[in-house]
Design a binder for this molecule. Structure first.
Ligand SMILES: Cc1cc2nc3c(=O)[nH]c(=O)nc-3n(C[C@H](O)[C@H](O)[C@H](O)COP(=O)(O)OP(=O)(O)OC[C@H]3O[C@@H](n4cnc5c(N)ncnc54)[C@H](O)[C@@H]3O)c2cc1C
Length: 506
């Protein structure tokens, strides 16, 4: 009998051959016609119901979505499908470069199963599967093992296009400031800097968007850029050909960087892992599904914190495909129970001081630091002067006993039911709660819906509902007045029609 992993690899190789084909334009055209029909059946999108708002003769946008990765797409589409099309989607990267998939993600395939529907708004023709079958055929779908990064990126780009999102690429939001009840965004674009006014901002800025990349204190900053890089950044692997590479970290990204370096010709890669035993079970996958997605935020603060501590301690295992990929390379060496104590420059090499049962110093030509992402609103540059006023989980659990304290997750922001930042002090500008953080930083408040693919539509719809409710309440006087003025006589032409004599406010 073939072990499960080998069966997987056999299927994966088949898929690799199939996916070298380009998507079938006729298949995609037919699918796009189907999408148009489905939207028509559902009367989507509805008309814009939000009264326009001007400030000094400048029109304010109802929402700006920052980031056009899958969470930005889901949020923007859900806003439009709720009758709020007066939005902008701003994306720092160029077309096809959004998110990590084709830039810094170095795995062969997604970890997720191919059957996840993606940002589809409950519409079958907008699912990944529909797009894949239209592009490559049913047989290819049957043979697909897991989704290649480029394939997933192509699908997301297609959803952006068929939804006709008001999307500007090469547009980086650098600062959000309070503006008398609105939010003023500074946007850097190739043509120069511009400013926008918005009633709400949805920060769908990805894994690094909630506090940047993690760089441990024990790594000498002077190693960068010629002798070291962070794993989630671009790395010139060609320059590592024939050289030795040390990698700090034991997660999927550390292993994928090791495999990539060796596949591109590095002579040797040593992976230094603090843990003696790798995590075995993906508790993240075990904590998905309608119950976790839709009710996580109904748990008490205490329950959410204890769950976050549990998941933090368990960590996610490296996908078995990635382990096999690295082990196939003869130059790969993994050192478990080997914490790095320091990494410093030594001439044109990196001296790595290692602890554990066999303390020693090793020298490598290059270092990759794969310790992941940090989360702390204080380190989100776009938040500007808002940042110190954001309530964090440390403000909630500061009195917890030592066994329930975890420094790494205490700085996550506390978010409201619609992902709104919450004020930590009375000095917080009231506009703070008009900023919605729909990225990994939402994990402690809402679970995994704003970070991983399975919950992407739950997050998009939840944030769109929150914006809808806030706008409806804020605009209720005008909306009510419009109701009073609404005058479409139903009984006109029947014997029972009574000509209007005067307005009533009901
Ligand atoms: C290597 C890697 C592999 C992963 N694999 C999986 C997987 O297999 N399955 C799974 O479920 N999840 C996976 N994830 C987790 C998650 O699905 C991804 O991180 C996904 O990209 C999250 O989507 P997003 O829309 O939140 O962020 P992103 O896809 O990162 O998109 C955010 C976008 O915001 C833009 N942006 C950021 N700041 C600004 C700014 N100031 N102005 C304008 N634009 C800005 C960025 O350019 C980016 O395009 C993986 C994550 C990583 C890092």
């Amino acid at each position: 009998m073939i072990p499960a992993t080998q069966q997987s690899f056999r299927s994966m190789n088949q898929t690799m051959r199939i996916e070298t084909r380009a998507p079938d334009p006729a298949g995609l055209a037919a699918l796009e016609a189907q999408v148009a029909r489905d939207l028509e059946m559902l009367n989507l999108p509805p008309r814009n119901w939000v009264p326009p708002l001007f400030r000094d003769r400048t029109a304010a946008l109802d929402a700006v979505v920052v980031g056009a990765g899958m969470n930005g797409i889901a949020a923007a589409g859900a806003l439009i499908f709720r009758g709020m099309p007066n939005i902008a989607v701003l994306e720092a990267a160029g077309p096809g470069q959004e998110g990590p998939w084709c830039t810094t993600a170095r795995m062969d395939t997604l970890r997720s199963p191919k059957t996840l529907p993606g940002p589809c708004f409950g519409i079958p023709s907008l699912t990944f599967r529909a797009w894949y079958v239209a592009s490559f055929g049913v047989e290819a779908w049957e043979g697909l093992y897991k989704i290649f990064n480029r394939t997933w990126q192509d699908y997301l780009g297609w959803v952006q296009r068929v939804l006709k999102l008001p999307l500007s690429h090469f547009s980086r939001v650098t600062r959000i400031a309070p503006a008398d009840g609105l939010l003023r965004l500074t946007v850097e674009q190739p043509e120069g800097e511009r400013h926008l006014l918005a009633r709400h901002v949805v920060l769908a800025t990805g894994r690094a968007g909630a506090g940047g990349l993690d760089l441990p204190d024990f790594v000498d900053r002077a190693l960068f850029p010629d002798l070291a890089a962070l794993a989630p950044q671009p790395i010139d692997f060609e320059a590592l050909r024939g050289r030795s590479v040390g990698i700090i970290g034991g997660g999927a990204s550390a292993w994928d960087n090791a495999a990539t370096a060796l596949e591109r010709g590095a002579a040797r890669v040593d992976l230094y892992v603090r843990r003696a035993v790798l995590p075995q079970v993906n508790k993240g996958r075990g904590s998905t599904g309608p119950h976790y997605h839709n009710a996580y935020d109904a748990l008490s603060d205490e329950e959410r914190w204890k769950l976050a501590v549990y998941l933090h301690d368990e960590q996610a295992p490296v996908p078995h495909e990635t382990v096999h990929r690295a082990l196939r390379q003869p130059g790969f060496h993994v050192h478990l129970a080997t914490p790095t104590r320091a990494a410093r420059r030594d001439g044109n090499q990196v001296a790595i001081d290692l602890g554990g049962g066999n303390p020693r110093e090793e020298r490598r030509d290059f270092l990759i630091v794969a310790t992941g992402f940090s989360v702390d609103p204080l380190h989100v540059p776009e938040l500007g002067d808002f940042a110190p006023h954001v309530r964090r989980w440390i403000d909630v659990i500061g009195d917890a006993p030592p066994e329930l304290r975890r420094r790494e997750i205490e700085t996550f922001p506390v978010l409201g039911p619609g992902f709104e930042l919450q004020p930590r002090d009375a000095a917080a500008p009231p506009e703070l709660e008009k900023i919605h953080l729909v990225n990994y930083g939402a994990h402690l408040s809402h679970g995994g819906i704003a970070s991983d693919i399975p919950g992407v539509m739950v997050a998009g719809e939840r944030v769109a509902d929150a914006v809808l409710r806030a706008l409806f309440v804020a605009e209720f006087p005008a909306i009510r007045q419009a109701l009073v003025e609404y005058d479409e006589p139903e009984l006109l032409g029947t014997p029972f029609h009574v000509p209007k004599t005067g307005a009533s406010d009901g």
